[in-house]
Write a protein that binds this ligand. Structure first.
Ligand SMILES: CN(C)C(=N)NCCC[C@H](N)C(=O)O
Length: 269
């Protein structure tokens, strides 16, 4: 097997200074269970430091009070070829995050389009080489897929999610390289599974145990795959395919329904 090559990436992250779970918009969130912001910060700091050790550039956006989910930067936008499709959130609790992320990009000279339809950024719009895989079913509207196609100028492949635990595409599918993905088939409807089988016949399929610990909420640079450390089988299978899996502990953030990928928005110039 030829060695995998990592390419340095540019990420945007948001420190979980205001992290808590005080509302519930996905099955992982239980406001009755207290969270520990200090633990969330310590776990996030480890992820941030790891990306830097791997040679990636990480920008930070100022966390805003009253937006506890802002740590999930991947939901803040979708970037491609220097263009930014702004996010428009389904739930009012997160609505103010869209303009906050759009302002960050505008202040740095990026071309930003304000979204007309609900789309939750890279939570549901995943760039795989020349195409964009687009989730719908729980958050991002199908109409947003056409908007993304027009603005980003790429083929957009709609995929329907059917299990509320996997409410964003990036909880059920991870991009490993420009041509490879891994996913959990039961998270998708039959038509979408057929599309994935046709496009990625050799995809790595994650079982229920690895999906449940958010093993698919992973970030790959083409060689290193950063994923929740509890996804042990998935890590083993990534190693068999020549990747270097790196497990991290983000269990405190999982209490809001997010992990590695959720915290990481890729900036594509
Ligand atoms: C993969 N990404 C970006 C995510 N899955 N994001 C986590 C969002 C969590 C938040 N409580 C929510 O329910 O929106």
């Amino acid at each position: 097997m030829s060695p995998r090559t990592a390419t340095p990436r540019h990420y945007l992250m948001c420190r979980p200074v205001h992290f808590t779970v005080d509302y519930s918009i996905n099955p992982w969130m239980d406001p009755a269970k207290p969270t520990d912001t200090g633990t969330a910060l310590a776990q996030w700091d480890q992820l941030h430091a790891l990306f830097q050790r791997l040679g990636h550039t990480v920008e930070l956006i100022e966390p805003l009070p009253g937006l506890p989910d802002m740590v999930f930067a991947a939901n803040g936008a979708t970037t491609l070829d220097g263009r930014v499709l702004g996010a428009r959130f389904r739930h009012p609790e997160r609505a103010a995050e869209g303009p906050a992320y759009a302002d960050w990009f505008r202040a740095r000279g990026w071309r930003v389009k304000d979204a007309e339809h609900v789309n939750e950024g890279e939570g549901d719009l995943l760039v795989v080489g020349e195409r964009v895989l687009a989730g719908t079913g729980f958050r991002t509207e199908a109409a947003a897929h056409a908007e993304a196609r027009e603005f980003l100028g790429r083929e957009v492949v709609p995929l329907r999610l059917v299990d509320p635990r996997y409410y964003h595409l990036d909880t059920a599918l991870a991009v490993l390289s420009d041509t490879e993905v891994m996913y959990h088939p039961p998270a998708f409807d039959a038509a979408s599974r057929a599309v994935l089988e046709r496009l990625y016949p050799d995809a790595l399929l994650a079982d229920a145990d690895d999906a449940r610990v958010f093993g698919l909420n992973a970030v790959s640079d083409g060689a290193n795959v950063v994923l929740p450390e509890a996804a042990v089988r998935l890590a083993e299978r990534l190693r068999e395919r020549g990747f270097t899996p790196i497990g991290v502990d983000l269990t405190e953030l999982l209490r809001a329904g997010g992990a590695v990928k959720c915290c990481t928005l890729e900036l594509r110039h």
